[in-house]
Design a protein around this ligand. Structure first.
Ligand code: PLP
Length: 255
């Protein structure tokens, strides 16, 4: 299941998640939190779903279908973050990937300021894996991140918020750290390094990664293996980025 926003440009959000699920041969269900009007240049409008609509979508699927894993993406506001956290507790869910989506690469705010604290207090503690990028990790860990050591310290801080494991993504780092992600599960650190792909068509990278992790968890893979394979998937998708607009195109899923 993905709990996220719709991207009318089809590059990120629900659209990227469902494509990623299909690629992994798992059936995708979706709970829409909001509808963004968006293209490769940016977001022009966001309409929120009501918390009641979010609850109804979630419960209607959950009471009938066996959901193997869930990822959360763009949750937009505090009410939706609270609603989702409450439902996770009520249903006692374990395989939850929290992608703490806050700001898009084009600079659009995807989570209200008030919701950031709620995300920290209520949702991160329910995550089997939290997947912040550099900027989100800086906010969650309340520190600046410049080096690999900073990434590791931030991962420890976010782990202390209650996530069972943390993956800090290096995509927004510069130089050699760009393709380096750091994973921490309270016990061991892993540094995941792939080749850096030189492309401007990176829209949907974060969504695709967290969706691939959720798909791998649904397939019964151990957490770290789920993360490793998801990172490799995203690396391949970046090689096939699509130049289909005047701005930042989506990562490709067609290899
Ligand atoms: N979800 C939605 C609906 C979005 O529009 C965006 C970015 O614009 C994101 C999530 C985050 O995108 P990315 O995967 O590029 O971090």
């Amino acid at each position: 299941m993905t709990i996220a926003g719709s991207d009318s440009g089809g590059g990120a959000g629900i659209q990227a998640d469902l494509r990623t699920f299909s690629f992994h041969c798992v059936h995708g269900t979706s709970v829409l939190t909001c509808i963004t009007a968006q293209n490769t240049l940016g977001v022009t409008r966001v309409d929120a779903m009501s918390p009641e609509a979010v609850t109804a979508q979630f419960e209607t699927v959950m009471v009938d279908m066996r959901v193997g894993a869930i990822k959360t993406g763009m949750l937009l506001n505090q009410e939706i973050v609270k609603t989702v956290a409450k439902k996770f507790v009520a249903f006692g869910l374990g395989n939850v990937v929290v992608d703490p989506v806050m700001v898009s690469r084009t600079g659009a705010q995807l989570l209200d300021d008030a919701a950031v604290k709620t995300m920290k207090d209520l949702l991160i503690p329910l995550a089997a894996i939290a997947t912040p990028n550099r900027y989100e990790a800086q906010i969650l860990a309340e520190m600046e991140i410049h080096t690999l050591a900073d990434m590791q310290t931030a991962a420890q801080q976010i782990y202390k918020l209650g996530a069972r494991s943390v993956l800090i993504k290096g995509g927004a780092m510069s130089g050699a750290l760009k393709a380096v992600d750091v994973w921490f599960d309270g016990d061991r650190f892993e540094v995941l390094q792939t080749e850096a792909i030189d492309t401007q068509h990176t829209h949907g990278t974060g969504c695709t990664l967290s969706a691939a992790i959720a798909a791998n968890l649904a397939l019964g893979k151990p957490h770290f293996q789920a993360v490793q394979e998801a990172k490799n998937y995203v690396t391949e998708a970046l090689k096939y980025g699509l130049a289909i607009g005047r701005g930042q195109g989506p990562v490709g899923h067609f290899y």
